[in-house]
Design a binder for this molecule. Structure first.
Ligand SMILES: *[C@@H]1O[C@H](CO)[C@@H](O)[C@H](O)[C@H]1NC(C)=O
Ligand SMILES: *[C@@H]1O[C@H](CO)[C@@H](O)[C@H](O)[C@H]1NC(C)=O
Ligand SMILES: *[C@@H]1O[C@H](CO)[C@@H](O)[C@H](O)[C@H]1NC(C)=O
Ligand SMILES: *[C@@H]1O[C@H](CO)[C@@H](O)[C@H](O)[C@H]1NC(C)=O
Ligand SMILES: *[C@@H]1O[C@H](CO)[C@@H](O)[C@H](O)[C@H]1NC(C)=O
Ligand SMILES: *[C@@H]1O[C@H](CO)[C@@H](O)[C@H](O)[C@H]1NC(C)=O
Ligand SMILES: *[C@@H]1O[C@H](CO)[C@@H](O)[C@H](O)[C@H]1NC(C)=O
Ligand SMILES: *[C@@H]1O[C@H](CO)[C@@H](O)[C@H](O)[C@H]1NC(C)=O
Ligand SMILES: *[C@@H]1O[C@H](CO)[C@@H](O)[C@H](O)[C@H]1NC(C)=O
Ligand SMILES: [Zn+2]
Length: 855
């Protein structure tokens, strides 16, 4: 959303649904919704001072342990947390991880191959990163430091009025470092180096170690419990970005800047505790603080300075982490994205200190999200908050699944995979990446992303409160995480096993290469594009080496939970290999050489998955999957599927063959110098060419079906002339365009009777037009109007052809402006059919994700 106009409807929803938000984050006891970033953005930018004053009048950062019905639970949790964790650490910096944890692979060593959608998404993101202007990005940093400010600041959440300004630049440092490592694109390197030198200059100018795009007074406000929008959140992003510049781009200055910042905040926090209390410091954490603990643990991992460990621990928010320590799923009402990064922090802590409780907290958290708080996409949060466990059916709206929570959940599951090597965590990673990340870019448009991924029936990515963002005017939290997500698509495909039997775990099937230094080989992973009409995933591994045969090593290939256990195939060169059951790894040991080829073919299951809701009345609410792909149905609001008595999914869900694309057509006419297109809506009308954001492409596309029900191809006008055809709306398989008699409008109906038209050469005599003559009413033609204008309903007309008539009955016929995604299915129901395609492929079109499936 570009402006700051707030819909009352949204406010209403927020008020109704979040009245119970907990004090562990709740800033406004009577106005809980203000903990959402959406609302806080409004508070930052609003000009309505009266409204603002009213909102702020109830502002508080309360300590959760003392008040409210939840007090005793939180208190117990906090105590346990304090006793077992915070006060008892003996971190000396020399803790060694258990030997067989997997090692992450550097982005420098992984390259995506251009036949994958992952590569395409990475490229679109790279284009965005280089489109952004350095002076504009750093404008507020220079301003804060009192340096000259060439250019103008960006808008959206980077606007001068926005108290969160600067957060995006932090993400930009991370994303550019990742993009540089993943592509070695020199343009992106120049940009990030330029940003880095400005930041260094700003920090020096300020002279205290403080570095931000807003003044340090924001922290005075926070510490004095005066309303301010999440200043630590932004500091986390900046420090994390700096550390990524250090670790991925080898920028030593970045580490120095971070250390100086850590010194500043260490002094700041110690002063607050001395001046006021530890309790007061914890109160400040009730405001969204991002992953301050996480980045400080990371810093400690680099510096091994106990001061950094101690400071990190002070950002382990007890009222939340305590819940996880006592294994209480009491997260309903908490702001999701405020808390997930804290989990990543303690997971990092486990790696650095060996504290087992930190590990257990992450495991428990993943478990409750997966079992009780997530959508079919793997994503979590409704209107930015968690809701009651296993009550997802009533947590569906356009404001579901904030994208940045998915980014953070990927980190949580990745840690767990590294530690346990359990396929289930890699399966989760794939689910959330495929369905919650890949589809949040609008096709290949650089800088167009979403905030929320809507999941209610008839949703559209274009039609949530924010809708699609804008390259220079949005910069929401989810833009920050978005540019990182797409810059690190090369991550978590490969993990390395060090030690006596070196090995590689291949946990994602994404076409790519991995330069495995320890194994002395480059692994080439080639995945055939997945399609619906051939229900197999096929992947081949080949090897190159410039050092002769590699060392003996083991390759472990994930057999995902969605693979059909029967009918799989794996070969090493000419030999067949036994594929283990889904949920395991296929492990092959070998001194891999360029002569070898490991091939695997996994049959992909179609399946339904029940919504995470244990109330019987929602038991029939199901999502449909094809392997890892969540399929959404083109739908305005319908989500009923009555299958009738069927034994298997394949009886009512059938693949749409690739060849069907050849039968898609769009009709248009000219009015003055504008083109109008034939569209079906409630009626069939001639409308302006569908604009971006409307999802109208699908309405303007029809599939040709022969009189004998066989598909008909359209290549040129000439080869369809004199064919008798029917027109099936793209998004309404099974329905047809039908005439209802002379001078009566055309409709979309189920009845084939009056739906056959003969394609004739255009009555207007032009070479690219056709005229559609009814077969059951010879001499009658589909007709718009002699005075054509947008909105004109199409009719059948049997008039004597004069010039006006000839023109109004002639249509330019062209290839359909919508095309079937290669993963498309037809779902047949007795009430209606649906065209299914991966949720990730939808742009503006309306869809339903959960269907009420009954027989
Ligand atoms: C910390 O170290 C002290 C002294 O070495 C030891 O007595 C104590 O048990 C340790 N605590 C933990 C939690 O390991
Ligand atoms: C970096 O990538 C961008 C976007 O694809 C491209 O325009 C630019 O030319 C690349 N820079 C270099 C040095 O190749
Ligand atoms: C970082 O700081 C250290 C110690 O202050 C200094 O020796 C080093 O040169 C600095 N490195 C960079 C790249 O600025
Ligand atoms: C998530 O839950 C499903 C069952 O609904 C289970 O099969 C899977 O292993 C769980 N995954 C994780 C990561 O816990
Ligand atoms: C239509 O086109 C498809 C793919 O382009 C082709 O496979 C098919 O044979 C064609 N059908 C006819 C009837 O020409
Ligand atoms: C053609 O289009 C232009 C710009 O859209 C408009 O200004 C002009 O009036 C149109 N001309 C006619 C004849 O409709
Ligand atoms: C579809 O038709 C309805 C009813 O005629 C109308 O209100 C609506 O605006 C139309 N939608 C579009 C996108 O044309
Ligand atoms: C597309 O058609 C549907 C009816 O099938 C209608 O509800 C919707 O408004 C139409 N959308 C556009 C953009 O025309
Ligand atoms: C066709 O219908 C319109 C109104 O829908 C009417 O004005 C016109 O007279 C009709 N023409 C014929 C030939 O029936
Ligand atoms: Zn977000």
């Amino acid at each position: 959303m570009k402006g700051v106009v707030f819909s009352n409807v949204l406010i209403y929803f927020l008020l109704c649904n979040l009245a119970f938000a907990k004090e562990c984050v709740n800033l406004f006891p009577n106005k809980a919704e203000l903990a959402s970033s959406t609302m806080r953005a409004k508070l930052s930018s609003i000009n309505d001072e009266a409204w603002k004053k009213e909102m702020l009048s109830s502002y508080q950062l309360r300590s959760p342990a003392n008040e409210g019905p939840e007090a005793s639970k939180f208190q117990a949790a906090e105590e346990k947390f304090d006793n077992t964790m915070l006060r008892n650490t003996n971190a000396t910096g020399d803790f060694k991880l258990p030997g067989d944890f997997l090692k992450e692979v550097s982005l420098h060593d992984v390259r995506l191959l251009p036949n994958s959608m992952h590569w395409r998404a990475q490229q679109t993101n790279l284009e965005y990163l280089v489109m952004l202007d350095v002076d504009r990005l750093v404008w507020s940093f220079r301003k804060t430091a009192g340096l000259p400010t060439p250019g103008a600041p960006y808008g959206g959440w980077e606007d001068q009025k926005m108290e969160l300004r600067g957060h995006f630049l932090g993400h930009y440092l991370s994303a550019t470092a990742m993009a540089w490592a993943s592509t070695r694109n020199e343009t992106v390197k120049q940009k990030m180096d330029a940003v880095m030198s400005v930041l260094s200059e700003c920090q020096k100018k300020i002279g205290t170690g403080y570095l931000s795009a807003f003044p340090s007074e924001f922290f005075d406000r926070l510490e004095n419990l005066v309303y301010v929008w999440a200043p630590y959140y932004t500091i986390h992003k900046i420090m994390a970005g700096l550390l990524d510049q250090y670790t991925l781009a080898n920028n030593g200055q970045a580490l120095n800047i971070t250390i100086w910042m850590a010194d500043y905040f260490n002094t700041r926090v110690q002063n607050l505790i001395a001046r006021s209390s530890l309790e007061r410091h914890y109160q400040t954490l009730n405001d969204e603080s991002g992953g301050m603990n996480d980045v400080l643990y990371k810093l400690y991992g680099i510096t091994k300075d106990p001061k950094h460990l101690k400071l990190a621990e002070l950002f382990d928010k007890p009222c939340f982490l305590g819940l996880l320590a006592v294994k209480a799923d009491n997260i309903a009402g908490l702001h999701a994205n405020t808390h997930i990064p804290l989990v990543c922090g303690v997971q990092n802590r486990y790696e650095l200190t060996g504290d087992e409780q930190s590990m257990a907290m992450g495991t428990f958290f993943m478990d409750i999200i997966n079992s009780s708080h997530s959508y079919a996409t793997g994503g979590t949060s409704h209107q930015e908050f968690w809701t009651d466990p296993k009550r997802i059916a009533t947590a569906l709206s356009a404001e579901t699944e904030e994208s940045c929570t998915t980014y953070n959940m990927l980190k949580v599951s990745r840690y767990l995979f590294k530690w346990t090597k359990q396929v289930t965590y890699a399966d989760y990673y794939e689910r959330a990446l495929t369905n919650g990340v890949l589809g949040i870019q609008r096709g290949t448009e650089p800088g167009v992303m979403i905030y929320m991924l809507p999941l209610s029936p008839g949703s559209s990515k274009a039609k949530s409160y924010h809708g699609w963002g804008d390259a220079f005017d949005s910069f929401w939290c989810c833009y920050g995480t978005g540019i990182e997500s797409f810059a690190k698509l090369g991550d978590s495909i490969y993990f390395e096993q060090e030690g006596k039997g070196p090995g590689v775990y291949i946990i994602q099937y994404i076409s790519s290469t991995f330069d495995w230094k320890a194994g002395q080989i480059v692994i080439h992973q080639n995945v055939d594009p997945v399609v619906s009409w051939d229900q197999n995933l096929r992947m081949a591994l080949t090897f190159t080496s410039n050092k002769g045969p590699g060392v003996s090593s083991v390759l472990n290939l994930r057999i995902p939970f969605w693979a059909n256990p029967n009918g799989g195939k794996a070969t090493l060169n000419k030999d067949n290999l036994q594929i283990p059951s889904p949920g395991n790894f296929l492990s092959v040991t070998r001194a891999w050489s360029p002569d070898e080829k490991l091939f695997i073919q996994l049959p992909i299951n179609l399946r339904t998955e029940a919504i995470k809701d244990d109330r019987p009345q929602y038991a029939s609410l199901q999502a449909i999957f094809y392997g890892p792909y969540l399929l959404a149905g083109y739908s305005q609001h319908d989500h009923e599927i009555k299958t009738g008595p069927v034994k298997s999914l394949s009886e009512w869900i059938t693949p749409i063959p690739a060849s069907y694309n050849a039968g898609l057509v769009t009709f248009s006419q000219k009015s003055g110098n504008s083109s109008l297109v034939l569209m079906k809506n409630q009626s069939v009308t001639i409308e302006p060419w569908p604009a971006a954001g409307t999802g109208g492409d699908a309405n303007a596309t029809f599939r040709l079906i022969g009189n004998d029900q066989r598909p008909i191809n359209f290549t040129t006008v000439k080869n369809v002339i004199s064919k008798q055809v029917m027109f099936e709306p793209f998004d309404f398989p099974g329905k047809l365009l039908m005439q209802q008699g002379n001078n009566d409008s055309l409709v979309i109906a189920n009845n084939p009777g009056n739906s056959v038209f003969q394609v004739n050469a255009g009555l207007d005599g032009k070479p690219d037009t056709v005229s559609l003559e009814s077969v059951s009413r010879k001499g009658c033609f589909v007709f718009s109007d002699v005075n054509l204008k947008a909105g004109t309903a199409l009719k059948l007309n049997c008039q004597q052809p004069d010039d006006g008539f000839k023109q109004a009955a002639s249509f330019v016929m062209q290839k359909g402006i919508s095309q079937y995604h290669p993963i498309s299915f037809l779902a047949k129901g007795s009430n209606r059919n649906y065209l299914l395609a991966p949720l990730l492929s939808f742009r503006d079109e309306s869809y339903s994700v959960y269907f009420n499936i009954t027989n």
